[in-house]
Design a protein around this ligand. Structure first.
Ligand code: 4NP
Length: 190
């Protein structure tokens, strides 16, 4: 779990009990519909922490940040506990955006109960989430919220993985994510 704006974790049993314990979420802690968002990528050090940070930044600019709970995670666990990639931090800093999260992996099925929107960056992330039991009606490719891409096929609306490329890939991804955040905030009624 990183340091972003997070839903409070439910108390968990200690030791081996945790492996056999599924704690139902009390009704009072179920988030308001549409107000909790989990951004998901592969490593949780490039795209999804940028999405989390940029979304919060855009929400703060509209003075609506307190309406949302946002978090991010990865489907892979190679970077658990790490800060975002230094190129992601650089492009965020250049644009005045904070990236507070530390990398964590998907916590299924609990994340599907805690977050209304499950938002993958690419089709592979989405397939992995659905395989892990994510609810189809609440799992949506991030860029589908960009109104300019409303009728585009899913193959054309992925946020490409910038990890193996150069710095310019991070600038492109930053712009894509910013546009998707604006569309998401508009669609969620702010
Ligand atoms: P992300 O990028 O999914 O946008 O965080 C990646 C970061 C690390 C790796 C893959 C993708 N990796 O294989 O370590």
């Amino acid at each position: 779990m990183g340091g972003g704006v997070r839903a409070d974790p439910a108390p968990q049993p200690a030791g081996d009990d945790i492996l056999n314990h599924i704690s139902p979420i009390p009704h009072s802690t179920v988030p308001d519909p549409k107000s909790s968002i989990l951004f998901v990528c592969l490593g949780n050090i490039c795209r999804s922490p940028l999405a989390e940070g940029i979304f919060l930044h855009a929400a703060r600019q509209r003075s609506v940040a307190d309406r949302f709970t946002v978090d991010s995670c990865g489907t892979g666990g190679w970077h658990v506990g790490e800060r975002p990639d230094k190129r992601a931090r650089a492009v965020a800093k250049k644009n005045g955006v904070e990236l507070p999260s530390l990398a964590r992996t998907l916590d299924a099925p609990r994340d599907f109960e805690r977050f209304h929107w499950i938002i993958p960056m690419d089709r592979q992330n989405k397939a992995d989430l659905l395989d892990a039991g994510a609810p189809k009606d609440r799992t949506r490719l991030f860029r589908s919220f960009d109104p300019a891409l409303a009728s585009a096929p899913e193959s054309d609306i992925e946020v490409p993985d910038p990890y193996w490329g150069g710095d310019d890939g991070f600038d492109q991804v930053f712009r894509m994510i910013s546009d998707a955040c604006e569309g998401m905030l508009a669609e969620l009624g702010t």
